[in-house]
Design a protein. Structure first.
Lengths: 387, 214
């Protein structure tokens, strides 16, 4: 009885949705007619979004009944009309949704069948269960109806292989663009560091030597001071050069491997950093790009923790998983960190977190930042690689 | 002379001030960002301006832009532009408004203090100071021109002329007499079919116009 009631609720939802679909299909036909006379073409993206709403509601409705989610795969519809029209046409889900909707025009009626089933089932099953002590016969059919509705809907609403591929291509296009932008930003940063840092130091150094030469005869004492200055400048220039080189590819990665390099980072941090790299120590080494990105993420995360979190200590865990390298940096600071939204106007490079995200995404990895206000901040990166 | 400096790097700014004051010049103002440059020049009307090409906020060519704008506001204002790398188009833009009182040098040259100060004085006096690297590029850019007719020595002389030096300096740097230099210059002008002119500023203009034009 309770089972039948639940199925009825489920079917009632389905029936309501079916009714909405009837109304909507009329609207859809209107849009199609409108589109034919061009005027309505602006309505297409809107209508598609509405179709998605319907399909989404049905997906949730089915998921409630079956207990497992039906994944959604849509290309984003935004931007100028031409752009969004292209997304509508290119997205295989648009056609899948329409197919479902048309089919639902028919099988949506299943929901209404529950009404006569109740009417027949109550007296029949009442007699069977109450008087004859047999199993209910009619009311369980309502559950079967809901099952059928769910099965058909799932088959129609599940993203097709093609949709999955389109989604994947979209993702790859984006990460590739991200990788190129990150690369360009890196080059710009290196160029700036070399020009404004090292080169400026060397010019200043050369200037001091020049002045010292000028004063050599007239004022040997001043010349000596200038030469001392010049030597300082030369040493500073060397230090800066080392920093720049470390930013390009940390030499310690070559020398000590990732685990050693991360331990060196931890030792060099003002925070008390505990490092767990056990599974990385023994396994084979990850590809250079992966090690480099992992090192970069740890370095950035520790810098952020030092600058912003107010925490006194942090924790780094590196793990080899079956699918790649996993790293977690955690601090008990004040939290509130988030990756800024990436838009077309975002300055490449951006904040530390954005840089991390780009660097990880470029390798097809994922970066998750959990940082509720009040802490803790947990930065987690998965970098896929083959061992 | 009174000089306005535009340089964002504190280290170089301080170095330039030290260098100029030690040579007896007065630093009227120092600008650290692009937008500060023009107002400083308009306010102080210096005898010369020393400008860095790349300045904040954009770190592109704000210094160069400021130099060009300033020369529009104050015609003939001597500007010496310092660059981290040689960019032919920057030099061309600067010289485009007339080469009188214009200098374009690599920052590295500042270390040769005497030569740098000499270049600055030349620019302040309405002359030209072009970085040897710019001149080398101008001279080697294209093949099969009358330039190929020049002897190596004549090319050297032409290069030094293009950098903005006068006969006396050319003679000194080539370790020859001024008479020999005059002879070389005569040959250069003949071979390039340029009108003979005195050793003054017009000659530099003719040479640069030729090198930029061919």
């Amino acid at each position: 009885m309770r089972q039948a009631a639940k199925a009825t609720r489920q079917l009632a939802g389905a029936a309501a949705l079916a009714f909405g679909t009837y109304l909507f299909i009329s609207l859809l036909l209107l849009t199609v007619a409108g589109t034919v006379v061009i005027v309505g073409i602006g309505m297409v993206p809107m209508t598609t979004l509405l179709v998605r709403q319907f399909a989404g509601t049905k997906r949730r409705n089915v998921a409630e009944w079956t207990g497992h989610k039906i994944p959604e795969m849509y290309l984003p519809i935004d931007g100028p009309l031409r752009h969004s029209l292209r997304a509508v046409v290119r997205d295989p889900s648009t056609y899948a949704d329409l197919r479902w909707m048309l089919a639902y025009y028919g099988y949506g009626a299943l929901g209404y069948l529950s009404v006569p089933l109740w009417l027949v089932g109550l007296p029949v099953d009442g007699v069977r269960c109450g008087l004859l002590g047999r199993k209910a016969l009619v009311l369980p059919q309502i559950g079967h109806l809901a099952d059928l509705d769910a099965r058909w809907s799932e088959a129609l609403l599940r993203p097709s292989r093609k949709a999955l591929l389109v989604e994947r291509v979209e993702e790859l296009t984006q990460t590739r663009a991200g990788a190129i932008a990150a690369h360009a930003a890196e080059l710009r940063r290196i160029e700036r560091d070399l020009h404004d840092g090292t080169q400026a130091r060397l010019v200043a150094l050369s200037m001091r030597i020049g002045l010292a030469k000028r004063m050599y005869d007239s004022d040997p004492k001043a010349a000596r001071t200038l030469l001392d200055d010049a030597q300082d400048q030369a040493e500073h220039a060397l230090t800066e050069l080392r920093h720049v080189v470390r930013g390009i590819h940390p030499p310690i990665l070559t020398d000590r491997g990732l685990a050693g390099a991360v331990r060196a980072l931890a030792a060099g941090s003002v925070l008390a950093v505990s490092v767990d790299t056990d599974s990385v120590d023994t396994g084979p080494r990850a590809p250079a790009a992966v090690e480099s990105a992992a090192y970069f993420v740890v370095a950035e995360a520790l810098t952020n923790a030092m600058k912003h979190s107010g925490a006194g200590r942090a924790e780094v865990v590196l793990t080899c998983t079956e699918r790649g390298l996993r790293l977690v940096v955690r601090d008990e600071g004040r939290g509130g960190a988030e990756i800024p939204r990436v838009g077309p106007g975002t300055e490449p490079g951006g904040s530390g977190l954005l840089g991390m995200h780009r660097r990880v995404a470029a390798l097809d990895g994922t970066l998750t930042v959990t940082s509720p206000a009040g802490g803790p901040t947990i930065i987690e990166a998965e970098l896929p690689c083959v061992w | 002379m009174r000089v306005v400096i535009a340089e964002d790097n504190a280290l170089l700014r301080e170095g330039l001030v030290l260098l100029l004051t030690s040579a007896g010049h007065e630093v009227a103002a120092v600008a650290g960002t692009g937008p500060e440059v023009l107002p400083a020049l308009l306010k102080h009307r210096p005898d010369a301006a020393v400008l860095d090409v790349r300045m904040p906020p954009g770190f592109r060519d704000e210094g160069l832009r400021a130099a060009l704008d300033a020369r529009k506001e104050i015609p003939g204002l001597p500007v010496l532009v310092l660059s981290q790398y040689v960019e032919q188009s920057y030099a061309a833009e600067l010289l485009g408004g007339g080469a009188s009182g214009v200098g374009y040098l690599l920052k590295d040259r500042v270390g040769r203090v005497d030569e740098f100060l000499e270049a600055l004085e030349r620019v302040a006096a309405g002359g030209t100071a072009l970085d040897p690297e710019v001149v080398t590029e101008l001279l080697t850019r294209r093949g099969n021109t009358p330039l190929d007719l020049l002897t190596p020595r004549e090319r050297e002389v032409l290069g030094l002329m293009a950098e903005g030096h006068d006969n006396a300096t050319i003679a000194k740097s080539l370790f020859v007499s001024e008479r020999v230099v005059s002879k070389h210059i005569g040959n250069v002008f003949l071979k390039l079919d340029l009108p003979q002119s005195d050793s003054g500023h017009r000659r530099v203009l003719a040479v640069l116009a030729y090198l930029n034009g061919t």
